[in-house]
Design a protein around this ligand. Structure first.
Ligand code: NAD
Ligand code: DAU
Length: 368
């Protein structure tokens, strides 16, 4: 099989490429990534000379590039990760008018920071390219073709702490940040291309991932690297915000199961083994693993519109695909802490330069 992976130089995409090449000796992967601030070829250093792996530096918004890649390389499957992914940045960007006029400088190029352009328009262009390259003159597609769209549980909005319900495939969309709204729009477009053009799509809406190569703007990677550096961990608001943590390799296995057994046109919700762990409880687990004290926590101003609780019911994926997460939170966190302790050469260069500007601005505005 030949796969086009978009955003493969990012956190989950690079884990997916590693996972796939390890498990499918005869497959070939083409990684299309424009290398925004979050894209990092160091994530793939160990496989850069593997003859089954090919890197294409480019933008998913470039229709000619995407279409010609699909045709020239005879791609069977697209796994679409590429996106702007950090909620705080999506909020910062929309606060330009409030004195943050230089905020786009925090991205490599101003355009890299645009959530609508990359997440909505980019997905639209990929879909167009797939239809143009794959649809046969009789209106059908070869049976091995698949467009798999990676989405997030954030499209469903926020649950309350009192609510015992979880998100599932029937939950009504209610995105509440510019990031989640852009992902929701992309999901709708993907489904529209299935209904309007018969494009063989699947979608997964996944909860918070964690593991190696997680960019240190996101809570767990930020916390672990700050603690290694002897810095404090910023906790937004009261810290009682709940996320559903899924180890990234479990996520990769879920995508594998969807590609193998998922029904075309369907959506699968994916979540982890945690039951309502809030940010404070999560970071206390990290403190314990790292032998650090509660004094390392610092409470800072909350994220605007902060979603209180996410929880995902993945019963459909279990019933239809036989998938369930395997890696418990304590085990996954220990492995993640070890990875960051053993790989300072990966994260130290990231946490310098532009990142420092971002960190200073983000956290000085939060009061620390
Ligand atoms: P990331 O920010 O680490 O990486 C995104 C990658 O996409 C980067 O390599 C970047 O260079 C690339 N990219 C961005 N815009 C591009 C464009 N226009 N053309 C080509 N490449 C582009 O992201 P991640 O955390 O690995 O997330 C991957 C996907 O999974 C995203 O679609 C995200 O919405 C989704 N998701 C993430 C999580 C999570 O916890 N991180 C959870 C659920 C879903
Ligand atoms: O739910 C899936 C989503 O998970 C993905 O779609 C997003 O791409 C990904 O970034 C992630 O979004 P979150 O907003 O949940 O992740 P983040 O790591 O930014 O924050 C996790 C929680 O920790 C959230 O409640 C905010 C809080 N937080 C975050 C940071 C960066 C803090 O308390 N302090 C921090 O410094």
């Amino acid at each position: 099989m030949k796969l086009l992976v978009t955003g493969g130089a990012g956190f989950i995409g690079s884990n997916f490429i590693h996972y796939w090449l390890k498990n499918y000796a005869n497959d070939e992967i083409f990684n299309l990534d424009k290398l925004t601030y979050a894209g990092n070829l160091e994530n793939l250093k160990d496989i850069e000379n593997d003859s089954r792996y090919h890197f294409i530096k480019g933008d998913i918004c470039n229709l000619n590039l995407v279409k010609s890649t699909l045709e020239k390389e005879d791609i069977d499957v697209i796994v679409h990760f590429a996106a702007q992914t950090h909620v705080d940045k999506s909020v910062l960007l929309t606060e330009r008018g409030k004195g943050n006029s230089d905020i786009t400088k925090l991205f490599d190029e101003s355009i890299d920071g645009d959530f609508i352009l990359n997440n909505v328009w980019g997905t639209h262009i990929l879909l167009e390219a797939a239809v143009k390259a794959w649809k046969k003159s009789d209106g059908t597609y070869d049976p091995q073709k698949r467009f798999h769209h990676i989405s997030t549980d954030e499209v469903f909005g926020a649950l309350s702490l009192e609510d015992k319900n979880k998100f599932n495939e029937k939950t009504v969309y209610n995105p509440r940040s510019p990031y989640s709204a852009s992902k929701a729009a992309a999901d709708h477009l993907v489904r529209a291309y299935y209904f309007s053009f018969g494009l063989p799509i699947t979608i997964s809406n996944c909860s918070n991932n964690y593991g190696p190569y997680m960019y240190p703007e996101k809570l767990l990677a930020l916390a672990i690297t700050n603690l290694i550096e002897g810095k404090k961990v910023p906790i937004y608001g009261d810290g009682k915000y709940v996320r559903d943590w899924l180890q990234v390799e479990d996520h990769c296995r879920a995508i594998e199961a969807i590609l193998a057994k998922g029904r075309v046109g369907e959506t699968y919700c994916l979540g982890g083994l945690t039951e309502d762990v809030n940010n404070l409880e999560l970071i206390r687990m990290v403190l314990e693993i790292m032998g650090k004290s509660e004094e390392q926590l610092v409470y800072v101003k909350d994220r605007p519109g902060h979603d209180r609780r996410y929880a995902v019911d993945y019963a459909k994926a279990t019933q239809e695909l036989g998938w369930r997460p395997n890696i418990g939170l304590t085990e996954g966190l220990k492995a993640m802490v070890d990875w960051y302790i053993n790989n300072p050469d990966w994260w130290k260069p990231i946490k310098s330069g532009k990142y420092l500007e971002y960190y200073k601005q983000q956290y000085s505005e939060r009061g620390k």
